[in-house]
Design a protein around this ligand. Structure first.
Ligand SMILES: [Zn+2]
Length: 235
């Protein structure tokens, strides 16, 4: 039996949504996005639903494509997306094979924007080496390090596995920010190098219990949290 194309699956879902009225025409397009993006909108001019899907979805199994169609179209028609569709899609997204494809797409198509590690006040390279010796027996390999382009209000740092880079919020590169707060943020991101993401059912657990236990062992953990909460306003 021939498998349905993405377009046919989307049409079937939209006909199910509008059983009596005139179902609009529809076009599914696969795009080389850097991430797993998907969107759908109704184009008044052509009277056509245009769905743009990341080309990572091209090889998705039919039941996943149906879940994607359901998610996008039900949302478009203002209906609540069935949980089953959501769960099916999430399970596929979080599967190791899909995660690998996403990583490769981001690495090859996306660019990492970051400022050099040597900031106005702090040098992330030196700080990384220091923390690596102090907390990890100098066993961690060094990823790319840099300051974020903009001062962020909430995100203090992140580790990006696609570009193997730790990016620290440049709002922390100020003399008024206690150094231990910055050390704690970098320490947290370094723990991501040590503790890989774990799959729990259809969910990805980024901060595993082992990760959190080790994070709490940071000397001055509570103090660092308090300082980070009170840091405001941003420059
Ligand atoms: Zn984290």
């Amino acid at each position: 039996m021939r498998t349905e194309t993405a377009n046919e699956i989307f049409l079937r879902v939209v006909r199910h949504l509008i059983p009596r009225g005139d179902a609009p025409s529809l076009q599914v397009r696969f795009r080389p996005f850097a991430g797993l993006r998907l969107n759908a909108r109704y184009d008044r001019e052509s009277k056509c639903i245009l769905a743009n899907l990341s080309d990572i979805l091209r090889d998705a199994p039919p039941e996943v494509m149906e879940a994607v169609a359901t998610t996008l179209l039900w949302k478009m028609y203002g209906k609540r997306v069935p949980r089953r569709a959501n769960k099916l899609y999430r399970r596929w997204v979080n599967s190791p094979a899909t995660q690998d494809k996403m990583l490769i797409a981001r690495r090859t198509r996306g660019r990492k924007h970051l400022l050099p590690p040597c900031g106005r006040v702090h040098d992330l390279e030196a700080l990384f080496d220091l923390l690596n010796r102090r907390h990890f027996g100098a066993a961690l390999r060094k990823p790319a390090l840099g300051w974020s382009l903009h001062a962020a209000r909430r995100q203090m740092g992140h580790y990006d596995p696609a570009h193997d880079a730790i990016v620290i919020n440049r709002a922390l590169d100020r003399s008024g920010v206690p150094r231990m707060a910055l050390e704690y943020v970098l320490y947290h991101e370094m723990l991501h190098l040590k503790h890989p993401v774990r799959l729990q059912g259809s969910r990805r657990c980024v901060h595993t219990p082992e990760f959190l236990a080790e994070e709490r062992r940071f000397p001055g953990y509570d103090e660092a949290q308090r300082i980070l909460q009170s840091l405001q306003p941003w420059p």
